[in-house]
Design a protein. Sequence first.
Length: 379
Amino acid sequence: MKQLFTLLCYSFCSLPLIGQSVTISPTSTSAIIQSSSTTSGFLPPRMSKSQREAIVNPVNGLLVFQNTSNVDSPPGYYWYNGAYWRRLVEANELSWNVNNNNQSSAVSGNVGIGTAAPGDKLHIRTSTSSAGITFEGVNPTFQFRQQGAATAAYTDKGFIQLADNDLRIGVNSSNTTGKFIIRTHGADQIEVDGSGGGGRMFFNYNGTNVGSISPSSSGNLHISTPGTSSDFVGLNGALFATYGGRVGIGISDPQERLDVQGNLKLLGSIAMAGEITKTNVAEGSFLPLCYGRVGFSGDRQSGSSNFTSDNPSTGRYKIYNVSINYNSTIIVTLNSSNAQIIASAGCGDGDCTVYLKDGFSNENRFDPINQAFYFVIYR
């Protein structure tokens, strides 16, 4: 009776296995269980994420199927690696896919090299002084692309390129409004802009532009400030050129086209149409209006070219210049060593008159006399 019951149990238990087999002692010596079927498959335990994580002391290699979808834990096969659960992924979910000679990754998170906790899309960490990234090739280029706000298209914006022996850092030619900016201490310090046809370099202070260097189409180089007349370009704290077109030497706020604080040494000539004045004198000039030598007969013999002269009568000479007025000063030097000649002079509008008299004339009459002389007239 016992043998019959046992036979019936085996018979009933084997009914679902018709057309398939489970072998406890398989022919392969490396397997302990072998199954075969053409219509059915293997079904591991199915459970939720919380049930999977509630398994006590899971053994290394334990396999289950999670049938719930959770944040960062989609459905699928999970196996325990001795420390934490890992999911078996499909081919399109692999970290790196190989397609012919190309490799790609579809991960939406970060990738770490040398770190298990990457903080960005590509996070490289090295504990040595060796280079973190090496680019090799003919003119290798590191290209930056930006996605448009309205479309999904990416556009070349900037690059780093090794061109022969030169390292180029810049914006692409298609990026017509972009600038190359050097930023330190949280602020833009130097901006390079080539939109005007030439490379212009702008210098900022506390986020505000204070000056620029730019070339012109004529081949000149311009250094300028963008603001008011009080802004200046300084050189070694001694030479200052203001926005208003004034130059100061030793003074940062020049009041004239050229304002020099200190002594001036000049080797060479000065050609000028204006005057030299002393600032603490109400009126006056240190430059003569005209100067020269007048001959015996009143002719102009030498000196500046801006005067004429004549001899209307004996001992009376006239010197003409339109800038002469009643306040003008004339200094006369006689060109005689043999006689005692007395000179007097006065100026009016447009001319000065010089009177010469003979100090040795009979009976002290001081008769008028003609004599060549030198003169200088100041305003």
